[in-house]
Design a protein around this ligand. Structure first.
Ligand code: TYD
Ligand code: MG
Length: 460
């Protein structure tokens, strides 16, 4: 039997190289190549000798219906695009202690009233899982279909799934599993990849829905190879500030639903609780609730997350810099975009910040990626710089272009309706988003250029 030449695999991207190098030739990361034990297989059969794959005309195939199972947690169903899917594989990542195990155990407990479910923990003993369940207020007597196991051997887990035939399996976490067929240690790239591939195959064959928990690295990406994200049907990330009780679950990839949908939870002493009206959460309490006045440097943004409008307070602090290179710092927003917006502010509104430190924060630990946040960032910066609060009950959205123009944002009507519902009375928005019919209680200020929007500061 010939032994394959050792290959080196990058722990960041999963790319392989024939020899060891300091830098990965695929993703340019340093010191990430580790030797991967390749399986000791015999020589591959020549392609001509293998039986041909079955090929069918598209018209002869009946489309398979997606069978969805509600996860039993409404906000979780929302990010999943309506529930778990039979034969689907979900990968859920997030920092340690953010609530992955809690959410999945809660979900399984509420699922198990309807369908058989299995929770496999590679990190905790069955006793610890039972203790967590007790803490979550799960009454074991009411969920006889919820089975738990503490196991890290892939083959034994696969055999258990084949014997028990659960509808939903949670494997917590994929980095703890190991396959005895590979020589490397649990958590190594080849182990993570092999274990995930085996569980994905099992899901597709048996129709069991598999949920994999994945750890994230310090940089915030899922540890282990990127191929994990390609392999599975759905990738979810848990986000949130560990100092606040709020948690967001965001869909990054979803073959069965919309991406960028979010589920919002609050961590309580009895587990995670879904938050039906998340807007209230992200407004700080200095009058940013539509009724009171705001403090200088604060602006309420009407953003859109998936199908849901969300009101978030954007705070800016602009302060005289005492170093030659003033600092620009963003929490929850894109720093590159901030630099661009400050340039637009200087060029098209005559507001210079070259000698100022600028800090911008999205309140509540939420991360905002859409460009429609631009106008709110500019108004918050302008407000802090002039030390003037924006008018009471004001809400803002709109993208800002390099020529100083204010561009429309998608789903403007929904944002405005959400703002009106929460008691906001004035909306500064792109002209193209101005509603044809007036919205009750909401005065619309439609602007075309940034300097018009900054005019709001004078009215305060
Ligand atoms: P956990 O689900 O173990 O996180 P992960 O699996 O993502 O690592 O979350 C544990 C954290 O949540 C821990 O810091 C304690 C807290 N917690 C509560 O506040 N209330 C609860 O009911 C539970 C079970 C955990
Ligand atoms: Mg855990």
């Amino acid at each position: 039997m010939s032994r394959a030449a050792p290959r080196f695999v990058c722990s960041a991207c999963g790319g392989s190289s024939a020899k060891w190098q300091g830098q990965c030739p695929h993703c340019a990361a340093w010191n990430t190549l580790t030797e991967a034990a390749t399986t000791l297989g015999g020589p591959r059969p020549r392609a001509g000798l293998a039986p041909a794959a079955e090929v069918t005309a598209l018209g002869d195939v009946k489309p398979t219906d997606l069978q969805r199972i509600s996860s039993g947690v409404e906000e979780f169903d929302r990010v999943l695009g309506g529930g778990l899917v039979d034969g689907g594989v979900v990968l859920i990542g997030g920092d340690p202690g953010i609530g992955k195990s809690t959410l999945l155990l809660q979900s399984l407990a509420s699922l198990a009233g309807r369908v058989p479910a299995l929770y496999v923990s590679g990190e905790e003993s069955v006793g610890q899982v039972a203790l967590r369940a007790q803490r979550l207020g799960i009454d074991a007597a009411t969920v006889p279909q919820l089975h738990i196991a503490s196991e890290i051997d892939l083959d034994r887990i696969v055999a258990a799934i084949e014997r028990e035939r659960p509808r939903v399996v949670v494997v917590d976490s994929i980095q703890t599993l190991y396959s005895a067929q590979l020589g490397s240690a649990p958590g190594s790239v080849s182990q993570v990849r092999e274990c995930a591939a085996a569980l994905t195959r099992l899901a597709k064959q048996s129709g069991t829905c598999v949920v994999l928990v994945g750890h994230v690295t310090k940089e915030g990406a899922l540890a282990g190879p990127r191929v994990l994200e390609h392999m599975v049907d759905t990738v979810l990330y848990f986000e949130g500030d560990s100092h606040s009780s709020f948690r967001l679950v965001r869909a990054i990839k979803n073959r069965f639903g919309a991406v960028n949908e979010i589920g919002v939870f609050a961590m309580t002493d009895r587990g995670l609780r879904g938050v039906a009206n998340p807007s209230a959460l992200f407004l700080s309490h200095h009058g940013a609730d539509g009724k009171g006045g705001l403090v200088p440097g604060s602006c309420v943004l009407a953003t859109q997350e998936g199908t849901r409008p969300l009101l978030v307070e954007i705070q800016a602090l602009v302060d005289a810099a005492h170093v030659p290179n003033p600092r620009r710092l963003c929490v929850g927003l894109d720093p590159q975009r901030l630099a661009m917006l400050l340039a637009v502010l200087s060029r098209h509104a005559g507001v210079a910040t070259f000698d100022q430190d600028v800090f911008v924060n999205a309140v509540g630990g939420v991360r905002i990626e859409e460009p429609a946040a631009d106008l709110a960032v500019l108004l918050a910066v302008g407000s802090s710089l002039r030390n003037r609060a924006l008018p009471r009950g004001m809400v803002v959205f709109g993208e800002v272009g390099l020529a100083g123009e204010v561009r429309p944002a998608p789903r403007g009507q929904e944002r405005l309706r959400e703002a009106a519902k929460l008691g906001f009375s004035r909306a500064v928005i792109p002209k193209a988003n101005a509603p044809r019919q007036p919205i009750e209680g909401l005065e619309i200020v439609a602007v075309e250029r940034v300097d018009e929007a900054l005019g709001e500061l004078r009215k305060a």
